[in-house]
Write a protein that binds this ligand. Structure first.
Ligand SMILES: [Zn+2]
Ligand SMILES: [Zn+2]
Length: 348
């Protein structure tokens, strides 16, 4: 019996009568993480990992009907034993493990295998059937160790500061921005953030993640000398907007896995691209799949056909699974994030 099937509303567990990351409103939902394409409004009941509660409530509303589980804690619903396990993607991200009549299925949600210090590291979970994402499921995607990426960002920021220029770094406001703030050398200069980034910083700090002091960029005037050595972290949608004028002369950069491709860098028109991704690269996907011990693999959003073909060559029973998940790192998928009203000297 299949413990998860694709339905128009989303991935559905027939014996448990609930959905995983549904894209249409349902009665019972299990949410792997709070990125917009996985966590949507309108469900009557939400179940998610406890470390993600603050983010989910801040994005979907404080009053959602949300039940949380600690990682590894289990509940049984209609005979299906369900538990959540770290996916290493963003704060609170989880893989969903389902057990029913001796069958074990795991749905990964989005995941990354390199630990980054801003969320619980990915944990392989043994199962018979593994539902994996494949955002970067092509052999060309191989990430540099993040320590090298951060060294590159620091060097770029330092040389801009030495030349008296601000450094504007575009990054998705939930997850990527906090990972950058956690990983950079905060002694180089002041750190300013866009109004879409700061509320997420606050939730990460409340969860005990070390995020250096940040200042609300909107509070600075163009003439402020602090801007000459500042790092400004902003969502991609701020690029080219009037919001950018306050920084005078600046160098800009974009942090995303897609920056590995020269064409994407050129299309974005930024000075620098840093290939920093919150998803597994090709070796990471294969490592994760192997460590589940699964004989059957269902591949969702990304390079489905390529990964399915490769897994079949390895002798696994692999197939594609159609979903409506997008990709928060794809610039085309990044929706405009309106800047909230001035938060009035947000931060630290
Ligand atoms: Zn995600
Ligand atoms: Zn996704």
């Amino acid at each position: 019996m299949d413990l998860v099937i694709a339905r128009p509303e989303g991935l559905y567990c027939p014996p448990g009568d609930f959905y995983i990351d549904p894209w249409r409103p349902v009665e019972r939902s299990v949410i792997t993480h709070a990125h917009g394409d996985h966590a949507r409004t309108g469900n009557e009941h939400y179940l998610a990992a406890a470390p993600g509660e603050g983010i989910l409530r801040s994005r979907l509303g404080q009053d959602i009907n949300l039940q949380t589980l600690a990682y590894g804690e289990s509940i049984t619903h209609h005979g299906v034993k369900l538990s959540l396990h770290p996916a290493g993607h963003v704060l609170g991200s989880a893989q969903v493990r389902l057990g029913y009549q001796g069958e074990i299925w795991v749905a990964s949600g989005d995941y990354k295998v390199e630990p980054d210090g801003t969320c619980e590291p990915f944990e392989p979970v043994r199962c018979h059937t593994f539902i994996t994402e494949s955002t970067f499921g092509l052999p060309i995607y191989r990430w540099q160790p993040q320590s090298e990426i951060f060294a590159g960002i620091n060097e770029w920021w330092r040389s801009n500061a030495a030349a008296g220029k601000a450094s504007v770094l575009f990054a998705y406001s939930f997850g990527k921005a906090q990972r950058i703030l956690h990983g950079i050398d905060s002694s180089i200069g002041p750190i300013l953030v866009h109004g879409a980034v700061e509320p997420l910083n606050r939730v990460y700090r409340e969860a005990g993640v070390r995020i250096p002091e940040t200042h609300y960029a909107g509070d600075f005037k163009k003439t402020d000398p602090a801007l000459r050595s500042a790092l400004i972290v902003a969502p991609p949608s701020a690029g080219g907007s009037t919001w950018m004028r306050r920084f005078g002369e600046f160098s800009d950069a974009f942090a995303s896995g897609w920056m590995m491709l020269r064409g994407t860098r050129r299309r974005r028109g930024v000075d620098r691209g840093f290939a920093l991704s919150d998803h597994a690269d090709w070796p990471g996907l294969l490592w994760a799949i192997e460590n589940t011990g699964a004989e059957r693999v269902m591949v969702t959003h990304g390079s489905v056909a390529v990964l399915v073909r490769y897994l079949r060559e390895l002798g696994l029973d692999a197939q594609g699974f159609s979903t409506e998940y997008g990709d928060e790192e794809d610039d085309a998928a990044v929706k405009t994030e309106p800047e909230p009203e001035s938060t009035g000297g947000a931060s630290s």
